[in-house]
Write a protein that binds this ligand. Structure first.
Ligand SMILES: Cc1cc2nc3c(=O)[nH]c(=O)nc-3n(C[C@H](O)[C@H](O)[C@H](O)COP(=O)(O)OP(=O)(O)OC[C@H]3O[C@@H](n4cnc5c(N)ncnc54)[C@H](O)[C@@H]3O)c2cc1C
Length: 419
């Protein structure tokens, strides 16, 4: 357990802080540590509403913390951000996953890369990451006040006047620079509006789909490696997992992220098209099916037990071919064959609601990006006001991209505030 040399709030109110950071999450900690690294003489205070800092890190990635993603090319990296990709392009040229890996290694945390390029601490424990950040902040001389909620920010000549609540008391604090790193907190968004900023309305991103359909009934746990999903003009491809409630897996999460606003507007009721064969087209699928039918050894075998495509698990194949009944391959009509090709490459399914993806969850929406200078993360509207992390209208798909956005924007803000 690391102990901070905390001052009482009434003492803190007497200090003219150089930097106050609202929000003790990954973005806030990274910014604070970086600011002290650039200028060790700065007086830097993090105020955190909860009784403990870095709460989301502790629960992230199923308790393992997916710190970043092994994608080291900025132009590729931006493609994983449904919102913020364009703005992050320049930012990633200054601090990207390779820098994150290096930073953590230098601070005693070795990361490993898994088969799907997600990066975790070798300990497989979120505690390692949270403790590293807390210890680095402590060593750098960052003061941390937990149980302290920022209520109000007012711009004054030479800095900002803040109101911060601790318990039943409200204290006035003063600072030259302020960083808002409060994540998806709705009250901060209102505060941000009073400072003249605009907010892109928040809606959830990264969720699973509720789908009730006899074709997937009873198949919870069945996984298919390469599936294409379409909704309106959006298309995503990747692994899919059938669950008790419907559909999950990387391809569903990606579609939920890119379609976050569309799905919100549709009240999470939408029609999706599934190609169970990845990129197979209807005509080429029909060819394979015909070939399968003509193959003399197959003609006397039941279609339901003889999948024509090895990538489709037998249990799923059985349910997708249910409409044909108990026929042998040799007895299927041309119409049934065409319908089967359609079922395999463009099956229609109804999404009836959204489910929760327990390993990661983010909000799409936040402070409008055109109002921020992405070289410094400083507001273009109010001097010495900075933003980092999920408070901004940035979100990535699942895989470590959301933390990476926090490390990058936190590091840039800290670099600028330290000058
Ligand atoms: C269950 C779960 C698992 C996740 N797993 C991953 C993962 O493995 N990889 C990944 O990349 N992303 C993951 N994410 C997303 C990731 O956690 C966020 O993108 C990231 O935490 C955002 O960091 P932040 O510092 O901007 O905000 P936060 O982590 O939300 O931190 C903001 C902090 O500000 C505090 N705060 C809010 N308002 C005030 C106020 N008025 N005054 C003082 N303090 C305030 C909050 O209490 C909070 O501690 C996960 C999210 C969830 C919910």
């Amino acid at each position: 357990m690391i102990r901070y040399n905390n001052l009482t709030m009434s003492k803190q109110a007497q200090i003219n802080w150089d930097v106050i950071i609202a929000g003790g999450g990954p973005a806030g900690f990274f910014a604070a540590i970086r600011a002290k690294e650039v200028n060790p003489n700065l007086r830097v205070l993090i105020i955190e509403r909860s009784s403990q800092t870095l709460g989301k890190i502790l629960i992230s990635g199923g308790g393992r913390c997916n710190v970043t993603h092994a994608c080291f090319d900025s132009s590729q990296l931006v493609n994983f951000y449904p919102r913020g990709g364009v703005e992050l392009h320049g930012a990633f040229t200054r601090f990207q996953p390779a820098d994150t890996v290096k930073w953590f290694a230098e601070h005693g945390v070795k990361l490993k890369t898994e088969a799907d390029n997600r990066m975790f601490p070798v300990t497989d424990s979120s505690d390692t990451v949270a403790n590293c950040l807390r210890e680095s902040a402590n060593v750098a001389g960052v003061k941390v006040q937990t149980g302290a909620t920022l209520l109000k920010v007012e711009k004054k000549t030479g800095g900002f006047d803040l109101e911060v609540r601790e318990g039943a008391e409200v204290f006035p604090l003063h600072t030259k620079k302020i960083l808002l790193a409060t994540g998806s907190d709705p009250k901060t968004r209102e505060m941000v509006k009073t400072l003249g900023h605009s907010i892109e309305e928040p809606v959830p991103s990264l969720f699973t789909f509720n789908v009730k359909d006899k074709r997937i009934n009873g198949l919870a746990g069945v996984a298919i490696e390469d599936v294409t999903l379409k909704m309106d003009l959006l298309t995503q491809r990747g692994p899919l997992l059938i669950t008790h409630w419907g559909l999950s897996g990387p391809v569903v999460l990606k579609l939920s992220a890119w379609g976050a606003r569309i799905l919100f507007d549709k009240k999470y009721r939408a029609q999706i098209t599934i190609n169970w064969l990845g990129d197979y087209r209807h005509d080429s699928t029909l060819e394979v099916l015909k070939h399968n039918q003509n193959w003399h050894e197959n003609s006397r075998k039941k279609i339901s037990t003889q999948p024509a495509f090895s990538q489709i698990p037998v249990r799923l194949w059985k349910q997708l071919t249910q409409f044909i009944g108990d026929k042998n391959w040799g007895d299927i009509s041309k119409v049934e064959m065409r319908k089967l090709a359609e079922e395999l490459t463009m099956g229609q399914f109804e999404v009836t609601g959204k489910g929760i993806f327990k390993e990661e969850f983010v909000t799409c929406g936040g402070v409008k990006l055109s109002e921020i200078d992405f070289k410094t993360m400083q507001s273009r509207i109010v001097d010495n006001l900075f933003f980092a992390g999920e408070v901004l209208d940035i979100d990535g798909v699942t895989g470590g991209f959301n933390f990476q956005a926090s490390w990058t924007t936190g590091w840039l803000a800290g670099s600028a505030m330290g000058c």
